[in-house]
Design a protein around this ligand. Sequence first.
Ligand code: GLY
Ligand code: MN
Ligand code: MN
Length: 459
Amino acid sequence: MTKLHEVSSTQLPGIDKLPISDFKNHRDNFFNKMAPNSVAFFSASHEATRSNDTEYAFCQNKHFYYLTGFNEPDALLLLLKTDDVQRSILFSLPKDKAHEVWHGRRVGQEKACQFYNFDQSFELDELSNLVPQYLNDLSQVYFCFDSNEMSQQVFTWLSQVRSTIRQGSKVPEVLIDASPIINELRLIKSANEIAVMRQVNYISGLAHQRAMLQSDVGKYEYQIETELLHEFSRLGARHPAYASIVAGGDNANILHYTDNDETLQDNELLLIDAGGELSGYAADITRTFPINGKFTEPQKLLYQVVLNAQLTVIKAIKPGTSFAKLNAIANECLTQGLIDLDILSGDLKELLDEKACKKYFIHGLGHWLGLDVHDVGDYHINDNKEQCREFVAGMVLTIEPGLYMPKDDYALEEKWRGIGIRIEDNIVVTEQGYDNLTVNSPRTINDIEALMQNKATNL
Ligand code: GLY
Ligand code: MN
Ligand code: MN
């Protein structure tokens, strides 16, 4: 096996960012969904204050990023579609030497057009002057209804146009929520998006390996978190896609445990749910392993039930299947496994009808993955949410069965209490079936124990 420190960013299997032309393709795809004589607005994120005059690491609005690749705060994208033009226009902060010397470089308007392929670019201050002019005489306006700020902004601009009706202005009458349209576009990934996700998965898999190699009785959970961040960053994924969950022992039974401030105990498991973010795209991997490198017998038995369920579900992924069908497979595997271990008793079919395993499998089987860790896109094809949509090639999703046996669940035999297990991989649906992006963090009992047996030599 290649030692971790010998893996360099030049050996990674994917690409580290999308070509800038892909963002123009995304805009063109959105243009194709727009009615004639319409305009669409997408706004960038603002910086978020952490305290006083310090900010959190900037995270761009993901819809805006998908359509632009532009990573500055406060900007606005305007897509204009009339009978004879289709124009993408960026409004962004101006070049400003005094500001930039403190806070960092800005792209400015000239480079925005040259580098990001916008047709036009204006300073942000021009918005209130120019947007009402664009709106005049159009029929439809697209924006994301879930943004109060954008909604208010659009209504202000529409009022401005309305105030000049006597001078012959015509106000757009139809407002359309842009979110469902862009959600559907984002749900199906292009080959380049999958290549970025392959890369960030590979990096994150190595980070999980590093965490296994660094795990030791007595260390703090946050010290293992640091090892993950080290490996993400060393290989190009500067930030985690979400707060890493590093949960020793019973902490694994808190699904979104992020305190990460307790010490690791002998003979307990460590559940790590962590993934890097690369060019905006997330990985979301969970591994559960013994802190001292050796599973106890009860841990082994429960772990194998979860792993069997995960492997069986993943094998069933292909176009035409759905989360509903995969859930049925997962529930059957987990229920049978729990019967075999005497944790559930009764008839399999009756237990399935009662959804008995949900007592221990307390979350969903998986979710879409992409620019957001819980990515956008409907899971159902009808409004009453009864019919699950079928998978098609290009969707990326997680498969993450788990079993959770809290320490204070006295209905359980003592040997199971305090064990929480989740195993989570990231899967692309392909024309032929599936492609598992999570290739390099061990998940069988043998592979995990083998890696951890030789900690010093593998690092
Ligand atoms: N990391 C959150 C999740 O697995 O859904
Ligand atoms: Mn997940
Ligand atoms: Mn996860």
